[in-house]
Ligand binder design. Sequence first.
Ligand SMILES: Nc1ncnc2c1ncn2[C@@H]1O[C@H](COP(=O)(O)OP(=O)(O)OP(=O)(O)O)[C@@H](O)[C@H]1O
Length: 559
Amino acid sequence: MNLLVHNDSFQVFFYSHATSCFQFYPPIFSWKVFNTNSLQHYRQTMSSSFTPMDKLCWRTGNKYCCRVATQWNKNSRDTRMRQSTKNRKIYWQCRSTQVSVEEEQQQQSSVCTLQFKNVGLQVGKVPIIRDINFSLFEGEILCLLGPSGSGKSTILRIAAGLTRPTEGFVYYQGKELHGINEGAAIVFQNFALFPWLTVSENVELGIRGAKSKIQRKAKAEKAIDMIGLDGYENAYPKELSGGMRQRVGFARAIAVEPELLCMDEPFSALDVLTGENLKSELLRLWQAGEIPTKSILIVTHSIEEAVGLADRIIILGKDPGHIRSLLRIPLSHPRDRKSRSFQNLIDHVYTLLSRPDATCLSESIPVVVSKKQKSTFLVSSSARLVSQESSKYPTLPSVRIGSVAGLLSFFGDERCIDLYRLGQRLQLDVDDLYPLLEAGVILNILKVTEGDVMLTDQGSRFSVASIDDKKSMVREALLQSEGARLIQQIYWLLRQTKRVHRVPEELILDTILEKYFSPSESRRQLEVAIEWGRYAELFGYDAPSGELFLDEEDPQQEE
Ligand SMILES: Nc1ncnc2c1ncn2[C@@H]1O[C@H](COP(=O)(O)OP(=O)(O)OP(=O)(O)O)[C@@H](O)[C@H]1O
């Protein structure tokens, strides 16, 4: 029997099959999963508190119900627990070796810091994100992970109240959020410091609610101390290294004493060692409770960072940004990156990210809980695959065909490589690898399956083909692939245009792209389409006139 318990302020009884008794368990301070072994352990150590079953507990269907003991912290804001105490009973759903994410969320729901309900954002006619639903709980680090353009920063800005959604509701501490979220602070990727202000002045700037200048200064000093910047109070940003500048960014956020700390790729502008150092220091402050922050929402491109930091990861898809998957990371800190469970999770997240055709909510992941427990359980029992609603034109990945061809050389004699290893071999982050794979799939030279990337037969031929043959293979794939509909549409348009077979790019932007993409994304899509179309010799581009034209040697060109 496994039980999932959140219990920092009161006591719970566990049912023991072995003794047919419910057993008292003392307060604990975090979410924990107990398996039969740990129950057995407590049965031995707490034998004096055995109580006959029918006095304290009963069973309804597959739910075990038991009365809650009286150590109740009246100051707690946990309304579900308060209600449970009032009714003097609490329900724990027990199943052999499984605890689902949904159950966990239900049980946690009363300590929710932030909640998104059906949140969407549309700018003009362009949908940026849609149907975003999630909750962030106290004591939790939640990571937003997804390809570029999937709306990670947009969600973060909405959480901080900097952007207002056009659909749905955002609740902070149970109240609907209107305007700036006073309980939140943001750490930006590019530090966002004022160069003309000193470290102290930058940190003091955001402090709200301080009664006097002295009080504000004291708060800033405390944050500067905490984040290891003492001695640099009077320095200007230009005197500091990247790592030190980001420390100022953190100090500025911490000085506000935010309950919700939002971070937008805070380590990505730093070199690896500096980033790792800052990350582990932040984690230490958070775990030791030295910062008043209750919940952390972090945007990252790095799978390893997400699995290394997060309690849960939201995986986003794009066109428009939507939630594809929600995963719990059931590993305790400090996390051993070389452990099998850590590597399993990384593989799993890689697989999810590289399967853009599927939406997967509540995914099963076999993971080893910890070395000590040595028990494997499923994070969630049900895997549900829903095909992604296709947008009018699938987004073309922003890569050059030459780079995709270059990727094939890393296969050597192998036909199949583990995705994560491929990323490591190429020293590419998922955000750089993902578009290359997408392009490979569109061109029918790669196939991505569970955690692996494979060369197709076409891919094997492509890797040894002459340049002309490569071009004709790409041409064939672009005219057939569902993912290249934009290129097919442009090609068709050019062929329909009598005699001159020329079309101004503005026409393509206005009539095709800007209906479905933001202006900047439309421009990017056009650039990719031109690059791919040129490579395949489907059409050309005349920069001075800004016109696309049909290639003169197009065999299908009308006379
Ligand atoms: N105000 C806006 N007007 C038009 N388009 C916007 C606006 N805000 C965001 N977008 C577009 O919405 C998409 C999502 O942007 P966002 O920055 O949230 O994505 P992201 O996942 O954080 O991307 P990245 O990882 O590249 O930072 C992008 O294509 C962006 O161009």
